[in-house]
Design a protein around this ligand. Sequence first.
Ligand SMILES: CC(C)(COP(=O)(O)OP(=O)(O)OC[C@H]1O[C@@H](n2cnc3c(N)ncnc32)[C@H](O)[C@@H]1OP(=O)(O)O)[C@@H](O)C(=O)NCCC(=O)NCCS
Length: 145
Amino acid sequence: MALSIKLVRLKSPRSVKDPELSKIAAQSSRGPFTEHHILKIDRREVCFLSYDIRHDRGYLVLSEMFVPKELRHLGIGVMSLLVSEMFTIRQGLTKIILTPSPLDREINKTDLTNWYKRHGYKKISGRTGELEKTVLTFKVNKIFS
Ligand SMILES: CC(C)(COP(=O)(O)OP(=O)(O)OC[C@H]1O[C@@H](n2cnc3c(N)ncnc32)[C@H](O)[C@@H]1OP(=O)(O)O)[C@@H](O)C(=O)NCCC(=O)NCCS
C-alpha cells in the first residue's frame, strides 16, 4: 500500500503533537524569510524542517532539520532531504544551502557533514562550513543521462 507523505506548513509550534518536535519547533528561530514545516508520513509527524526561502537570491536555506530520536536510522532524514528538494523546485528555486550543525549529541559535525555529502551536497568554495546542492540540474541529469 502507498504511503501518504505530506509536508505541512506550521502556523504555530503549539499545533505539533510530537513532544520532541514541538520543543524544537518552539525553539527554532524565525526571520522574515522563514517557514517552519512538519513532514508527516501516514499522518505521523516524523521531521521538523525550517526553511529560509530566498526568492531574492534564488535559493532555499535548509536551516534546521530534526527527526525524533526513536525514528532515526529508518531513512526519514533522506526522505526529508528529497521532499525539501521537491519543495525547492516547487518554489521556483534551483539550489539548497545548509550549514551542518548537530542539534544534539547523537551525531557529530563530521558525520553530519559526510551524511549530507553522501546525498549530493558539496562544499561552497570560500564559505566556511556551508554546503550546497543544485536541485534542478540534478533532476534533469537524472532523467536524461
Ligand atoms: C541528521 C538526522 C536528521 C538524520 O535523520 P535520520 O532519519 O536518522 O536519517 P536517515 O535514517 O535517512 O539516514 C541516517 C543513516 O541511517 C542509516 N539508515 C538509513 N536507513 C536505514 C535503515 N532502513 N536501516 C538501518 N539504517 C538505516 C544510514 O546509515 C543513513 O546514512 P546514509 O543515508 O548515508 O546511508 C537526525 O539524526 C537528526 O534529527 N539529528 C538531530 C538534529 C540535527 O542535528 N539535525 C541536523 C541539523 S543541520
